[in-house]
Design a protein around this ligand. Structure first.
Ligand SMILES: NC(=O)c1ccc[n+]([C@@H]2O[C@H](COP(=O)([O-])OP(=O)(O)OC[C@H]3O[C@@H](n4cnc5c(N)ncnc54)[C@H](O)[C@@H]3O)[C@@H](O)[C@H]2O)c1
Length: 338
């Protein structure tokens, strides 16, 4: 392999720090050359730990010639503009989910990358997880016959941002969006309709969870169960059922020992949270991104994937408001976004 690609990470909070650490130590074809954060202490601390230049201003990172690709890991409100600015600076783009907060913003971000002829990949890391990939590959190979239904569970041990509850937009655009992407990925079809039932939190206007029923263009129906407090830890499961069988994945645990005694049978709790559960997937998604830049191929998760998930998330939010199923706006006959 030739020269490793120089990466800059914009936003080094919880997720950006994980990406920066992986880029600095173990993503094939990549190296960390810079980080930026409006919190200059955060940027400096990460650069001191991992190496590279620390910037307080994003624009300074974007004019650094050593930065060839950027990872955008700021809160979602800044994603669209950062994609546009980084594309204009000629940097390849890995953007954390959600790509943006509206379909129009997603389209603008995609257009900027296309005009600048830079790659744009979205951070749907579950597509790179070995177990989710196995479910996908089994379905694709016809292992469950004709796919009929899917049940997805994503429950956090505690809210990622430390809040006891979340606004509907935060819950759907930050958490459910992973499952909405999985519904598209596993069924190889587009989401045409979403019905969302809220699980209200004590704080008015906030949610502890949501149950989504999702209808795909190819007739598959999926349920998504999201919750912010799971007493037994991070719960990440999928079941896909078809005419020829079923494929499912359970939770991953720190070890596989089961202790049996007179008082019961004890198995370990699931891996603590996203950093532990998806450690390998976070590295794999960046490795795939570096590879697609080196090879000049299409990213495995495109801007269009990011936009389709946002369109479905916005339909879920409208469904919460209306209390009825809502069609995903902008879908054509086959479900493709117009
Ligand atoms: N794929 C995953 O599993 C996963 C997990 C967690 C978060 N995320 C995503 O990562 C992104 C960040 O989430 P987080 O939990 O790390 O948030 P966070 O609040 O922990 O960190 C965000 C960081 O961005 C910085 N920041 C804010 N505005 C900025 C700007 N304009 N320029 C530069 N820095 C800026 C903040 O100072 C902070 O350090 C979100 O899009 C979130 O959805 C993805």
């Amino acid at each position: 392999m030739g020269q490793r690609l120089g990466f800059g990470v914009i936003g080094v909070g919880a997720m950006g720090r994980i990406h920066a650490r992986h880029l600095a130590s173990r993503v094939p074809g990549a190296r960390l050359v810079a980080v930026a954060d409006v919190d200059d202490l955060a940027a400096t601390a990460v650069a001191e730990e991992l190496g590279g230049q620390a910037y307080e201003r994003d624009s300074d990172l974007l004019t650094d010639p050593a930065v060839e690709a950027v990872v955008i890991a700021t809160p979602r409100a800044f994603h669209k503009q950062l994609v546009i600015d980084a594309a204009a600076a000629g940097k390849h783009l890995f953007c954390e989910k959600p790509l943006a907060s509206t379909v129009e913003e997603c389209t603008a971000a995609m257009a900027a990358a296309e005009t600048a002829k830079v790659k744009l990949q979205i951070g749907f890391h579950r597509r790179f997880d070995a177990s989710f990939s196995e479910v996908h590959d089994t379905i694709t190979a016809g292992g469950v016959g004709a796919l009929r239904t899917m049940h997805m569970t994503s429950r956090d041990p505690e809210p990622a941002a430390g809040n006891a509850s979340r606004s509907p937009a935060d819950l759907i655009l930050e958490t459910s969006i992973h499952d909405l992407d999985m519904a598209r990925y596993l069924s190889a079809s587009e989401i045409v309709e979403v019905y969302a039932a809220p699980v209200a939190a004590e704080e008015a206007g906030s949610l502890e969870g949501v149950l989504l029923q999702v209808r795909m263009a190819n007739g598959v129906v999926a349920t998504i169960d999201n919750h912010l407090h799971s007493a037994y830890g991070y719960d990440q499961r999928v079941e896909a059922f078809g005419t020829g069988g079923m494929v499912s994945i359970g939770n991953e645990t720190p070890h596989r020992a089961t202790v049996s005694s007179r008082s019961g049978v004890v198995e370990p709790l699931p891996l603590r949270f996203f950093e532990e559960r998806y450690d390998a997937a976070y590295t794999a998604e960046l490795a795939a991104f570096a590879r697609c830049i080196a090879e000049g191929s299409e990213p495995a998760v495109t801007g269009a994937d990011g936009r389709a998930a946002v369109a479905a998330a916005l339909a879920a939010l409208r469904s919460l408001e209306k209390g009825t199923p809502v069609r995903v706006e902008g879908q054509g006959q086959e479900g493709a976004l117009l």
